[in-house]
Write a protein that binds this ligand. Sequence first.
Ligand code: G3P
Ligand code: CA
Length: 268
Amino acid sequence: TSAAEAASYADNLMVVAHRGASAYAPENTLAAVDRADEMGFSWVENDVQRTKDGALVVVHDATLARTTDVEQVFPDRAPWNVRDFTVAEIARLDAGSWFDTRYAGARVPTLEQYMRRLSRNHQKLVLEIKNPQLYPGIEQQTLKVLANEGWLTPQHLRDRLVVQSFSPDTVRRVHELSPGVKTGFLGTPDIADLPEYAAFADQINSSYTTISPSYIAMIHAFEGPHGKPLEMLTWTVNDAENARKVVRYGVDGIITNKPDVVEEATRD
Ligand code: G3P
Ligand code: CA
């Protein structure tokens, strides 16, 4: 890739704050979204799962143990699976102190609360449906919340929303249920399988440790379900050297815990 080509990629590079600006505020909280916004980053990524009583909540792990004080609040409820707690129980948990006591009192947001904050901040979302095998029907339920929150309008679908998953079945289902929604498959499929993925995924979002310039060129050679070249957002790049490398490789975007570091490293 020539320097000029690299520069043109960097100009349009989509920098996505992973789990919010999660190097600087507790992941998947409203504080992490606000931090990304304050730092000037509109795109954020998050993870959605489901509670025992059927509410959608924004949290990464299948258990609440790492990112909340659940072990103290509910000591007899090991292994603290998200799906074994009600939304009211989860609302009692502190999702900030583990990260920094400055964030004491931060909560695990419901998807509704999360979407409202993004709307207020005029932000944009790469929404990951996490562990869908644990939550039958979560695709339809997620789309319903997005619709209720006003996120499936033509304007939002154009440039404000991507729904992604490690599960190809989930990505396909989202595409079939709401064909206007831009979708991403998380993984690095064999090139021979790309035609299959291109039927339902607009993006192939691969770990930066798995990609090469030729792989990205192949991705770009396929058309996604909306008739545009497939895109690649790579994750999770948190240092300047790798950020510059993947831009040279030709990625369309970088998902990062440190959007400021990536922005600085890839500017023109
Ligand atoms: O968006 C990509 C990345 O979030 C996938 O991995 O484990 O951080 O959800 P993970
Ligand atoms: Ca994720």
